[in-house]
Design a protein around this ligand. Structure first.
Ligand code: PLP
Length: 426
């Protein structure tokens, strides 16, 4: 044994390094407990979680209602596969289709699987409903997209790290600039074989890029004009994160007053994941109306775990919590406070260039070169000061706390963030 005992954290990190594939580069902090907006490390130090597992934990860590629903169902029936019916899936499908106002839902487990499902539905629709010739369908996607990690999805990514040496790549995708309606129109006109347009309402992984006002509504109108499916990937932006139930906020049943002020953008195909379970369990889903979902027939698609009774129970509880605790309203209100306070600070400093976002999905851009490690170093210092966040793409730091945060908690966090940034002032 060495003279200096290894800390519990170092032991856990060493285990992952030795026995785990190195497919992530985590911030060095080892967590073993979570509750609401807080997580604790193995030494008992408490942190504000400002990542929320990439917006999966919108309802807060270990929400008692969600955990109870999971425990109860886990003691009753966990998995039947879809070879048989179970008494929970239909309840969840009814609940969620009422909630988001679609005819039908197709359950999956992870976000990437739900995106794959949406792409398959779109291609089938193209051949069977739109009349595109077999194998000719094309789907428009955006530059700097993030839709997951499967072979097909990374085929249309333009992140070299995600793509390198994973080819050959899946064909049938056209990439255009995000937030560029002219590029979309040109692509739509370029071919008779366009089946769909897959888009993130806000590009989260790319660095929380918020498109121009009206972009989504106009993109939807263009898609309608060309008989092309508008497919919204709301895996990260959905379920109250951006201050509304959905960032596309179609004519869903969220009963929010301010919906009338923004143009209704109802996707033809809606992709959900992450917070659909409040982070308790992998649950994802694709929603669409009958004219589209009817292309899916027995045997044409499936998943052993997709639609299992635990997932159904957890997702219903997770969606209940979002409405009951009015998390969309809370995200909207706290997000406005966050951006206005950070903007006040930005006026006084050269360290941060800007803050952007909607609701509680926000990011700051650090005033340094893209390949500098300033953002990483700031995140290390934030950790020391009791707040966990992670850089995305170089010099951008995303801030996305659980939506159950209170205003005093948020103000404490803003103080931590600003005081930490001040340590980096020249
Ligand atoms: C996280 C994410 C995905 C992938 O979800 P996984 O559960 O990690 O497969 C897809 N789309 C968006 C927009 C995401 O943020």
């Amino acid at each position: 044994m060495s003279v200096i005992e290894k800390t519990a954290s170092q032991k856990a990190i060493d285990l992952e390094n030795k026995y785990g594939a190195h497919n992530y580069h985590p911030l060095p902090v080892v967590l073993n407990r979570g509750e609401g907006v807080y997580v604790w490390d193995v030494d008992g130090k408490k942190y504000y979680d400002f990542l929320s597992a990439y917006s999966a934990v919108n309802q807060g860590h270990c929400h008692p209602r969600i955990v109870n629903a999971m425990n109860e169902q886990a003691q009753t029936l966990t998995l039947t596969s879809r070879a048989f019916y179970n008494d929970m899936l239909g309840k969840f499908e009814k609940y969620a289709t009422d909630y988001f106002n679609f005819d039908k839902l197709l359950p999956m487990n992870t976000g990437a699987e739900a995106v794959e499902t949406a792409l398959k539905i779109c291609r089938r629709w193209a051949y069977e409903k739109k009349g595109i010739e077999e194998n000719e369908a094309e789907i428009i996607v955006c530059e700097n997209n993030f839709h997951g990690r499967t072979t097909t999805i990374i085929s249309f990514s333009n992140d070299p790290v995600a793509r390198k040496h994973f080819g050959p790549y899946t064909k049938g995708f056209i990439k255009i600039e995000y937030d560029n309606l002219q590029a979309l129109e040109k692509a739509l006109q370029s071919s008779k074989n366009i089946a769909g347009f897959l888009v993130e309402p806000i590009q989260g992984e790319a660095g929380v890029y918020v498109p121009s006002e009206g972009y989504l509504a106009k993109a939807k109108a263009l898609c309608e004009k060309h008989n092309v499916l508008f497919i919204a990937d709301e895996v990260q932006t959905g379920i109250a994160r951006t201050g509304r139930l959905l960032a596309t906020c179609g004519d869903c049943n969220c009963e929010q007053k301010d919906c009338s002020q923004t143009p209704n953008v109802k996707p033809d195909v809606l992709i959900l994941g992450k917070a659909l379970s409040g982070g308790a369990y992998p649950v994802s889903a694709v929603l669409a109306n009958d004219d589209i979902m009817s292309v899916i027939t027995p045997g044409s698609h499936g998943s052993t775990f997709g639609g299992n009774p635990v997932a159904a129970a957890v997702a219903m509880a997770a969606l209940d919590v979002v409405k009951e605790e009015q998390l969309a309203d809370n995200a909207e209100r706290l997000g406005n406070i966050f951006r206005s306070e950070i903007n006040e600070y930005i006026k006084t400093t050269d360290t941060v260039t800007l803050v952007r976002g909607r609701g509680l999905l926000n990011a700051i851009v650090i005033n340094d070169t893209e390949d500098s490690d300033t953002a990483w170093n700031i995140c290390l210092r934030l950790r020391d000061n009791g707040l966990l966040a992670k850089p995305t793409h170089g010099n951008i730091i995303r801030f996305a706390p659980p939506l159950v945060m209170t205003e005093p908690q948020l103000r404490e966090c803003i103080d931590i963030i600003i005081n930490t940034l001040k340590e980096f002032e020249a």
